[in-house]
Design a protein around this ligand. Structure first.
Ligand code: FAD
Ligand code: UDP
Length: 373
């Protein structure tokens, strides 16, 4: 007899949702997490009364009503709407690409004028069927916006020329012919009041969690404890990188507390030129309208600059690089995973997928429905 029905490796969103569902179904669950805290990459910590998004800005947004209802069991959400701005050589543009952006770029006023300008630039570039991110971007918004707001940012973010990146990455951003700065096409959007850590800790209430525990370092002993394993770490690490490592993009965050109340007047400012070494600056207090449960912090603010870099073995992996080469390698690891019926691989690292939070939750809930009898 095993002590637990499920061993969940990783206390990020995928693991926490699965563990919650398993416990709710009367199963015995153990969660192990190699970091010293729960939450995975959505972890937030309170500094100077401000919830700091330690692993980068996280804005919850979804069109899935069921997922929105699900997360609202664990947290109250504020009405934050992401409206980042782009700083290109000191000039400010609205994001995502919308009528404010087109007006600032070309002086156009009406949607028809904006469409005509984009059409003209697309035709000059001779793009019919976009095959890569560069062609996709020019086809969607024209050459000027590609050169000023996309090319520099994307090449810093991914460390690869836009011509070598898949088109889908840029299709994450809406293009709108309306005056609307909402970054997401999502019906539901917000930030959990009290931070994401509080939300995840509610998901994990009553569940045994062992922090600072690396499953792969103690695999044999931990495997003995449970009937089935849900593994949300990197799939290639599980197989000792036997087919070679998958590539990731890493991000280094430089966080500073400043003795001023307002640094940039917005939660997110993207630096879209090539020369600025960071991609964006986050000013954490604006995710909460400058407030937390103790009231406004009028004296200080906390900012984080994001510096992307190539991932090296031993570092925290952030973004899977979903290009052809890595996609093919992932398929080979996936085939290996199928020969381990007692283990299910899930989440951003387990499935090597550029997942948003809502998709991770949806995927974990579907797995729980399929697996837990
Ligand atoms: P993770 O959060 O990575 O959790 C996996 C956990 O497993 C980690 O805690 C890890 O330490 C642990 N682990 C790994 N290996 C082991 C091991 N061997 N033993 C024990 N534990 C292990 N999504 C949005 O919807 N909106 C956003 O605004 C947004 N912004 C983002 C910004 C950045 C910079 C990044 C990188 C991602 C962003 N995302 C956003 C995506 C979001 O972070 C993910 O969808 C989500 O956090 C994935 O959850 P997960 O549980 O799959 O992975
Ligand atoms: N992007 C860009 N300019 C910007 C913001 C985004 O070119 O100012 C591109 C970039 O290639 C990025 C992609 O759009 O990787 C998706 O952006 P998103 O904000 O969704 O990235 P994430 O929040 O996942 O880092």
């Amino acid at each position: 007899m095993k002590k637990y029905d499920y061993l969940v490796v990783g206390a990020g969103l995928f693991g926490a949702v699965f563990a919650h569902e398993a416990k709710a179904a009367g199963k015995k669950v153990l969660v192990v997490e190699k970091r010293p805290h729960i939450g995975g990459n959505v972890y937030t910590e309170q500094i100077e009364g401000i919830h700091v998004h330690t692993y980068g800005a996280h804005i919850f947004h979804t069109n899935m009503k069921a997922v929105w209802k699900y997360v609202n069991q664990f947290a109250e959400f504020n009405r934050f709407t992401n409206a980042p701005v782009a700083n290109y050589h000191g000039k400010i543009y609205s994001l995502p690409f919308n009528m404010y952006t087109f007006n600032r770029m070309w002086g156009v006023i009406t949607p028809e004028e904006a469409k005509a300008e984009i059409r003209k630039q697309r035709q000059t570039a001779h793009i019919d069927f976009p095959k890569n991110l560069e062609e996709q971007a020019i086809s969607l918004v024209g050459t000027d916006i590609y050169e000023k707001l996309i090319q520099g940012y994307t090449e810093k973010q991914w460390g690869r020329p836009c011509r070598n990146l898949p088109p889908f990455i840029i299709k994450r951003l809406p293009v709108r012919f309306t005056y609307d700065n909402n970054y997401f096409n999502a019906l539901y959007q917000g930030i959990p009041v009290g931070g994401y850590t509080k939300m995840v800790s509610r998901m994990l209430e009553g569940i045994e969690v062992r922090l600072n525990t690396d499953y792969l370092k103690d695999k044999e002993a931990l495997d003995h404890l449970a009937v089935h394993i849900i593994y949300t770490g990197p799939i290639d690490a599980y197989f000792h990188y036997c087919l070679g490592p998958l590539e990731y993009r890493n991000v280094r965050f430089e966080t500073e507390t400043l003795d001023i109340p307002n640094f940039q007047g917005n939660a997110v400012v993207n630096y879209t030129d090539r020369e600025t070494p960071w991609t964006r600056i986050i000013e954490h207090k604006w995710f909460e309208f400058g407030k937390d449960e103790h009231g406004a912090n009028l004296q200080k603010t906390i900012i984080s600059r994001e510096y992307p870099s190539e991932w090296k073995m031993g570092e925290e992996p952030y973004y899977p690089v979903n290009d052809e080469k890595n996609g093919a390698l992932y398929q080979k690891y996936k085939a290996l995973a199928e020969s381990e019926p007692q283990v299910t691989f899930g989440g951003r690292l387990g499935e090597y997928k550029y997942y948003d939070m809502d998709a991770v939750i949806d995927s974990s809930l579907s797995l729980a429905k399929r697996l837990i009898k």
